[in-house]
Design a protein around this ligand. Sequence first.
Ligand SMILES: [Mg+2]
Length: 272
Amino acid sequence: MVVKYFSRYVAAILVLASLGFSFKAYGAERENILVVAVAWKQTAAEYRALYHQGFNIAAQKVRDALAARGQDQKPLAVLTDLDDTLVLPLKYWGSLIAGGQDFFDDALWDAWIPKHEMTPAPGALEFLKFCEANGVEVFYVTNRDQGADTYKLALASIRLLGFPYADEKHLTVQIETSNKETPQQAIAEKYDVVCYLGDNLNDFKRVYYVKDVNERIALMEKDKDLFGDKFILFPNPTDGHWIRAIFGDSEPPANDENRKKFGEAATANKSK
Ligand SMILES: [Mg+2]
């Protein structure tokens, strides 16, 4: 009996194989290089705790700055990135993985942004409201490009989430460049910036915008005392300029050459 069913099973496999059926879909999913990073973002309490940790540090920085504030001092401000710092695009990454994709997809991203499905990062809204209650202005500086509606969509997004200071004075959206230093310097002329919030070193200083992995690490190490102090960094294992340092492109094409490069990056420090 067992042999009979087993032979039927083998026969069915052969028929499917002869029809060109392939198990590639399953294999592709299993080998998707983004799955672990996205699963962590979607489920890990640790991922969420890192946001609380960052906003707790930022709130303490604000309290310290308020206590130390002199009479003739410029007003206080917090300067922050948006994506993966204050808002999390979890549904975007979930649908990307569900669609079998293993690299950031710009077209999917541009179609997803107008849906306004970003969720606030844990602790973000509380921190922003704490700043507002204490008269500390928050400036949002983000890089986005969804065409003519880019600014309108970004402003609508933070308004829908109930973020304070959701107005044209406080929101800067850069389309043509990812260099945030020009708006950052303009704000720093008028305000004492308590701290900078971001998920990408580029949110703090442009000097980190280099393509060499080791040079990028060395530049960060030179500023190591600033992290958790002036610079509050949030986790992002799926995208950012660390990807650019590996591929030479922040949004590398999904091809086998780049999958191989990712594998090489993952084994850069392998033991013999
Ligand atoms: Mg970001």
